[in-house]
Design a protein around this ligand. Structure first.
Ligand SMILES: Nc1ncnc2c1ncn2[C@@H]1O[C@H](COP(=O)(O)OP(=O)(O)OP(=O)(O)O)[C@@H](O)[C@H]1O
Ligand SMILES: [Mg+2]
Length: 235
Protein backbone atom coordinates (compact mmCIF):
# COMPACT_ATOMS: atom_id res chain seq x y z
CA UNK A 1 0.00 0.00 0.00
CA UNK A 2 1.26 3.46 -0.91
CA UNK A 3 2.18 5.56 2.11
CA UNK A 4 3.81 8.58 0.47
CA UNK A 5 2.95 9.59 -3.05
CA UNK A 6 4.63 12.48 -4.83
CA UNK A 7 3.11 13.23 -8.23
CA UNK A 8 4.44 15.49 -11.00
CA UNK A 9 6.10 17.78 -8.51
CA UNK A 10 7.72 21.02 -9.64
CA UNK A 11 9.53 22.87 -6.87
CA UNK A 12 11.64 26.02 -6.71
CA UNK A 13 14.15 28.02 -4.70
CA UNK A 14 12.83 31.49 -5.54
CA UNK A 15 12.94 31.56 -9.35
CA UNK A 16 15.27 28.63 -9.73
CA UNK A 17 13.56 25.31 -10.41
CA UNK A 18 15.07 22.34 -8.56
CA UNK A 19 12.55 19.48 -8.93
CA UNK A 20 11.07 18.67 -12.33
CA UNK A 21 7.94 16.53 -12.59
CA UNK A 22 9.21 14.37 -9.76
CA UNK A 23 7.27 11.15 -9.09
CA UNK A 24 7.93 9.04 -6.02
CA UNK A 25 5.77 6.29 -4.59
CA UNK A 26 6.73 4.80 -1.23
CA UNK A 27 5.16 1.56 -0.04
CA UNK A 28 4.44 1.18 3.66
CA UNK A 29 7.00 -0.90 5.58
CA UNK A 30 9.79 -0.50 3.04
CA UNK A 31 13.21 1.08 3.33
CA UNK A 32 14.01 2.92 0.15
CA UNK A 33 17.34 4.46 -0.76
CA UNK A 34 17.03 7.87 -2.42
CA UNK A 35 20.24 8.00 -4.42
CA UNK A 36 21.88 10.63 -6.55
CA UNK A 37 25.08 12.60 -6.89
CA UNK A 38 25.97 15.80 -5.16
CA UNK A 39 23.38 18.41 -6.20
CA UNK A 40 20.96 15.85 -7.71
CA UNK A 41 18.06 17.09 -5.57
CA UNK A 42 17.86 14.62 -2.65
CA UNK A 43 17.76 17.24 0.11
CA UNK A 44 15.43 19.38 -2.02
CA UNK A 45 13.05 16.42 -2.30
CA UNK A 46 12.99 16.21 1.50
CA UNK A 47 12.48 19.97 1.74
CA UNK A 48 9.52 19.70 -0.64
CA UNK A 49 8.03 16.87 1.46
CA UNK A 50 8.47 18.87 4.66
CA UNK A 51 7.20 22.12 3.13
CA UNK A 52 10.46 24.06 3.24
CA UNK A 53 10.63 24.94 -0.46
CA UNK A 54 8.02 26.28 -2.79
CA UNK A 55 5.93 23.79 -4.75
CA UNK A 56 4.42 25.34 -7.89
CA UNK A 57 2.57 22.28 -9.18
CA UNK A 58 2.06 18.63 -8.45
CA UNK A 59 1.02 16.97 -5.20
CA UNK A 60 2.30 15.22 -2.08
CA UNK A 61 0.02 12.78 -0.26
CA UNK A 62 0.67 10.89 2.95
CA UNK A 63 -1.96 8.17 2.65
CA UNK A 64 -5.19 10.14 2.19
CA UNK A 65 -3.77 13.37 3.67
CA UNK A 66 -2.92 16.04 1.13
CA UNK A 67 0.28 17.72 2.38
CA UNK A 68 0.94 19.84 -0.71
CA UNK A 69 -0.08 23.18 0.83
CA UNK A 70 0.19 22.27 4.49
CA UNK A 71 2.54 24.28 6.77
CA UNK A 72 5.73 22.47 7.88
CA UNK A 73 4.70 21.98 11.55
CA UNK A 74 1.40 20.39 10.49
CA UNK A 75 3.22 17.96 8.19
CA UNK A 76 5.29 16.79 11.15
CA UNK A 77 2.09 16.22 13.11
CA UNK A 78 0.60 14.43 10.10
CA UNK A 79 3.44 11.88 10.30
CA UNK A 80 6.50 13.16 8.43
CA UNK A 81 9.65 12.58 10.49
CA UNK A 82 12.61 14.50 9.09
CA UNK A 83 16.27 14.15 10.11
CA UNK A 84 18.10 16.88 8.16
CA UNK A 85 21.66 16.74 6.84
CA UNK A 86 22.94 19.04 9.58
CA UNK A 87 21.22 16.95 12.30
CA UNK A 88 19.86 19.90 14.27
CA UNK A 89 19.92 18.90 17.90
CA UNK A 90 19.29 21.52 20.60
CA UNK A 91 22.93 22.08 21.62
CA UNK A 92 22.21 23.72 25.00
CA UNK A 93 19.92 20.90 26.14
CA UNK A 94 20.84 17.49 27.49
CA UNK A 95 20.34 14.31 25.50
CA UNK A 96 17.29 13.44 27.59
CA UNK A 97 15.78 16.92 27.20
CA UNK A 98 16.28 16.67 23.43
CA UNK A 99 14.33 13.40 23.45
CA UNK A 100 11.56 15.01 25.52
CA UNK A 101 11.40 17.89 23.04
CA UNK A 102 10.67 15.42 20.24
CA UNK A 103 7.31 14.48 21.72
CA UNK A 104 4.45 15.85 19.74
CA UNK A 105 1.87 18.17 21.18
CA UNK A 106 -0.98 15.89 20.19
CA UNK A 107 0.56 12.94 21.99
CA UNK A 108 -2.85 11.38 22.56
CA UNK A 109 -2.05 9.22 19.53
CA UNK A 110 -0.77 5.82 20.54
CA UNK A 111 2.99 6.23 20.65
CA UNK A 112 5.12 3.14 20.29
CA UNK A 113 8.27 5.17 21.04
CA UNK A 114 8.36 5.68 24.79
CA UNK A 115 11.65 6.62 26.41
CA UNK A 116 12.35 3.06 27.55
CA UNK A 117 12.25 1.87 23.97
CA UNK A 118 14.49 4.78 22.90
CA UNK A 119 17.13 3.85 25.52
CA UNK A 120 16.88 0.20 24.51
CA UNK A 121 17.31 1.02 20.82
CA UNK A 122 20.03 3.63 21.42
CA UNK A 123 22.13 2.33 24.34
CA UNK A 124 24.84 4.87 23.47
CA UNK A 125 22.38 7.68 24.20
CA UNK A 126 21.26 6.12 27.46
CA UNK A 127 24.83 6.29 28.71
CA UNK A 128 25.00 9.96 27.70
CA UNK A 129 21.55 11.06 28.77
CA UNK A 130 22.72 13.93 31.01
CA UNK A 131 25.33 15.15 28.50
CA UNK A 132 24.71 18.51 26.78
CA UNK A 133 23.91 17.74 23.13
CA UNK A 134 26.39 20.34 21.85
CA UNK A 135 29.18 18.25 23.39
CA UNK A 136 28.28 15.04 21.55
CA UNK A 137 30.33 13.71 18.65
CA UNK A 138 28.87 13.96 15.14
CA UNK A 139 27.77 10.32 15.24
CA UNK A 140 26.14 10.68 18.65
CA UNK A 141 24.31 13.78 17.41
CA UNK A 142 23.14 11.81 14.39
CA UNK A 143 21.71 9.14 16.68
CA UNK A 144 20.09 11.74 18.91
CA UNK A 145 18.50 13.41 15.92
CA UNK A 146 17.06 10.06 14.75
CA UNK A 147 15.89 9.21 18.28
CA UNK A 148 14.24 12.58 18.78
CA UNK A 149 12.39 12.22 15.48
CA UNK A 150 11.19 8.70 16.36
CA UNK A 151 9.70 9.96 19.63
CA UNK A 152 7.32 11.99 17.44
CA UNK A 153 6.01 8.63 16.17
CA UNK A 154 6.32 9.40 12.45
CA UNK A 155 4.68 7.22 9.80
CA UNK A 156 7.69 7.81 7.56
CA UNK A 157 11.27 8.72 8.43
CA UNK A 158 13.27 10.89 6.00
CA UNK A 159 16.99 10.50 6.70
CA UNK A 160 19.31 12.86 4.83
CA UNK A 161 22.78 11.30 4.42
CA UNK A 162 23.00 9.93 7.98
CA UNK A 163 26.43 8.37 7.35
CA UNK A 164 28.03 11.56 6.04
CA UNK A 165 31.33 12.46 7.66
CA UNK A 166 31.15 9.72 10.31
CA UNK A 167 33.77 7.18 11.35
CA UNK A 168 33.29 3.53 10.26
CA UNK A 169 32.54 2.37 13.82
CA UNK A 170 29.68 4.81 14.31
CA UNK A 171 28.36 4.08 10.80
CA UNK A 172 28.19 0.45 11.92
CA UNK A 173 26.19 1.46 15.02
CA UNK A 174 23.77 3.50 12.91
CA UNK A 175 23.43 0.61 10.46
CA UNK A 176 22.46 -1.69 13.35
CA UNK A 177 19.85 0.80 14.55
CA UNK A 178 18.35 1.07 11.06
CA UNK A 179 18.31 -2.72 10.71
CA UNK A 180 16.40 -2.89 14.00
CA UNK A 181 13.93 -0.32 12.71
CA UNK A 182 13.59 -2.38 9.54
CA UNK A 183 12.54 -5.40 11.62
CA UNK A 184 9.78 -3.33 13.25
CA UNK A 185 8.36 -2.53 9.79
CA UNK A 186 9.34 1.15 9.75
CA UNK A 187 9.03 3.07 6.49
CA UNK A 188 12.22 4.98 5.72
CA UNK A 189 13.44 7.08 2.82
CA UNK A 190 17.22 7.16 3.08
CA UNK A 191 19.12 9.74 1.00
CA UNK A 192 22.72 8.91 0.11
CA UNK A 193 25.18 9.81 -2.67
CA UNK A 194 26.32 6.22 -3.17
CA UNK A 195 24.86 2.88 -2.34
CA UNK A 196 27.49 1.40 0.03
CA UNK A 197 25.78 2.44 3.24
CA UNK A 198 22.29 1.55 1.94
CA UNK A 199 23.19 -1.81 0.49
CA UNK A 200 22.24 -4.00 3.45
CA UNK A 201 19.54 -1.70 4.78
CA UNK A 202 17.31 -0.72 1.87
CA UNK A 203 15.24 -3.13 -0.22
CA UNK A 204 14.61 -0.70 -3.05
CA UNK A 205 16.23 2.33 -4.61
CA UNK A 206 15.17 5.45 -6.43
CA UNK A 207 17.77 7.47 -8.31
CA UNK A 208 17.31 11.14 -8.96
CA UNK A 209 19.40 13.24 -11.29
CA UNK A 210 19.01 16.96 -12.04
CA UNK A 211 15.77 17.01 -10.04
CA UNK A 212 14.09 14.16 -11.92
CA UNK A 213 13.62 10.52 -11.04
CA UNK A 214 15.61 8.50 -13.56
CA UNK A 215 15.66 4.91 -12.18
CA UNK A 216 13.87 2.78 -9.62
CA UNK A 217 13.88 -0.84 -8.64
CA UNK A 218 15.32 -3.49 -6.37
CA UNK A 219 18.64 -2.45 -4.83
CA UNK A 220 20.23 -5.80 -5.74
CA UNK A 221 19.37 -5.14 -9.34
CA UNK A 222 21.18 -1.80 -9.08
CA UNK A 223 24.19 -3.51 -7.55
CA UNK A 224 24.54 -5.56 -10.73
CA UNK A 225 23.83 -2.63 -13.03
CA UNK A 226 27.22 -0.92 -13.29
CA UNK A 227 26.16 1.18 -16.25
CA UNK A 228 23.37 2.89 -14.28
CA UNK A 229 25.58 3.35 -11.24
CA UNK A 230 28.40 4.88 -13.29
CA UNK A 231 25.96 7.17 -15.00
CA UNK A 232 24.15 8.52 -11.94
CA UNK A 233 25.96 7.77 -8.67
CA UNK A 234 29.06 8.91 -6.84
CA UNK A 235 31.83 6.31 -6.64
N1 LIG B 1 18.97 27.37 -0.89
C1 LIG B 1 19.16 27.15 -2.21
N2 LIG B 1 18.94 28.10 -3.13
C2 LIG B 1 19.10 27.89 -4.46
N3 LIG B 1 19.49 26.69 -4.97
C3 LIG B 1 19.72 25.70 -4.10
C4 LIG B 1 19.57 25.86 -2.67
N4 LIG B 1 19.88 24.67 -2.08
C5 LIG B 1 20.19 23.83 -3.08
N5 LIG B 1 20.10 24.43 -4.29
C6 LIG B 1 20.37 23.81 -5.60
O1 LIG B 1 19.44 22.76 -5.81
C7 LIG B 1 20.05 21.66 -6.48
C8 LIG B 1 19.83 20.39 -5.69
O2 LIG B 1 20.48 20.49 -4.44
P1 LIG B 1 20.24 19.47 -3.24
O3 LIG B 1 20.85 20.06 -2.03
O4 LIG B 1 18.81 19.09 -3.20
O5 LIG B 1 21.09 18.22 -3.74
P2 LIG B 1 21.51 16.89 -2.98
O6 LIG B 1 21.15 15.77 -3.88
O7 LIG B 1 20.94 16.89 -1.62
O8 LIG B 1 23.10 17.01 -2.92
P3 LIG B 1 24.14 16.56 -1.77
O9 LIG B 1 24.38 15.11 -1.98
O10 LIG B 1 25.35 17.38 -2.05
O11 LIG B 1 23.53 16.85 -0.43
C9 LIG B 1 21.52 22.02 -6.64
O12 LIG B 1 21.69 22.51 -7.95
C10 LIG B 1 21.72 23.14 -5.64
O13 LIG B 1 22.72 24.02 -6.05
MG1 LIG C 1 21.76 16.87 0.23
Amino acid sequence: MSLLKISNLNAFYDNSQVLFNLNINITEGKIIALLGRNGAGKSSTFKAITGMIQVKSGSIFLKEKNLTDMPTNKRALAGIGYVPEDRQVFPEHSVEENIDLGKKLNSDIKNSWGKDKIWETFPVLYNLKKRIAGRLSGGEQQMLSIARTLVGNPSILLLDEPSEGLAPKIIEDITKILLNLKKTGATILLAEQNMHFCMNIAQEAIIIDKGKNVWEGNINKLKKDKKTRDKYLAV
